[in-house]
Design a protein around this ligand. Structure first.
Ligand code: PMV
Length: 349
């Protein structure tokens, strides 16, 4: 009997946190010290595409990221592979095997590519692990709740398992069974909302999120205060702002939460600087713009890097983009966008 190789290709988009996750209470299975909330981009924008193939002729599990083979023994990759195979085995033992799914004894070859510059430091691990877990699940015939597995690849990846507005509930169980992502509103909820990415630097971040979080948890008392006394209230307010499509409330909370996250980085010892002078210029520009109109029309947020993610409403995009281009003029010598001080990478949600 010749067995056909099983091949599955999936895509998963990047998500942008408006209430930030920063700090783990369990490093092994990735349990956060606070809940978080994000917006998942549309499928055709910043995304990862992953193909998983299984075949009896494969000798070992292997993975290629953007065309380069990477180390499959990476512990978080191993957690995802192990958990999916465990669920698949359980399904089969329960007599519920997917008719057409791959044999569990077969090894996998995984090939994953991003359609955006990985070097730009945009949340690539979130889309990457979400896509990996979903593709593996499809190939081995696993269905149902998968965000708990994606979380064990990269915390923020659990939120890319759903579209639209998504919360990651921190949970309180030690085994992490209740630390899962949940959709707050679907992608169709707020069609006028737009997301722009302003690339302030394409350099790799100096401190990765894993080690940054570790030092912050150990040394920042502001982080402890934030997790215990600030984020719980903000989760409620943010959910309400999104539900009511109250842009001003959504935007103000988004900016305050980004600022507090970067303040905890500064409160970390030794301090971590993710923002650069271009990021600071963008922050002032947004505040001056909003002040000029006497209303909050634009919001910024920054992750563990200097690039700004801008939220605004459809009707304000042309004018805001025009203003950014005025202050950060595009280069005329045909150089790559990433060589500019700031450039616009993406124009919609
Ligand atoms: O999932 P990680 O380890 O890449 O951490 C993500 C941390 C932030 O992007 C800064 C915040 C967030 O909630 O996405």
């Amino acid at each position: 009997r010749t067995e056909q190789p099983h091949i599955v290709t999936c895509t998963a988009p990047v998500n942008i946190a408006v209430i930030k996750y920063w700090g783990k209470r369990n490093e092994d299975i990735i349990l956060p010290i606070n809940s978080s909330l994000s917006v998942t981009l549309h499928q055709d924008q910043l995304k990862t595409t992953t193909t998983v193939a299984t075949s009896r002729s494969f000798q070992e599990d292997r993975i290629w990221l953007n065309g380069k083979e990477e180390d499959i023994t990476h512990p978080r990759l191993q957690s995802c592979l192990r958990e999916i195979r465990r669920l698949a085995r359980k399904r089969r033992n329960d007599g519920d095997s997917g008719v057409d799914s791959a044999s569990l004894s077969h090894k996998v070859h995984i090939c994953s590519v991003n359609n955006f510059p990985t070097a730009a430091g945009l949340a690539s691990s979130a889309a990457g692990f979400a896509c990996l877990v979903y593709s593996l699940a499809r190939v081995f015939g696993v269905e149902g709740e998968l965000s708990g597995i994606a979380r064990q690849g990269s915390g923020s990846a659990c939120r890319s398992m759903y579209g639209g507005f998504v919360q990651w509930i921190m949970g309180n169980k030690e085994d992490g069974k209740d630390s899962l992502a949940q959709q707050v509103e679907p992608e169709t909820h707020w069609p006028e909302l737009r997301i722009l990415v302003l690339v302030a630097s394409a350099e790799r971040k100096p401190v990765g999120s894993t080690s940054g979080m570790q030092t912050s948890v150990k040394t920042s008392c502001l982080l402890k205060h934030r997790a215990e006394s600030v984020v719980p209230g903000r989760m409620v307010e943010m959910t309400e702002a999104i539900r009511k499509k109250d842009f001003a409330a959504f935007a103000e909370l988004t900016m305050k939460d980004s600022n507090q996250f970067h303040a905890t980085c500064l409160d970390t010892y030794p301090p971590i600087f993710y923002l650069n002078h271009v990021s600071q210029q963008i922050i002032s520009l947004v505040h001056r713009y909003n002040k000029h109109y006497g209303e909050t029309r634009v919001a910024y947020t920054f992750d563990a890097g200097p690039n700004a993610v801008i939220f605004t409403l459809q009707q304000h995009v042309p004018e805001f983009v025009h203003m950014v281009q005025y202050f950060f003029p595009p280069e005329t010598n045909g150089a790559e966008q990433v060589n500019q001080d700031a450039c616009i990478l993406l124009g919609s949600f």
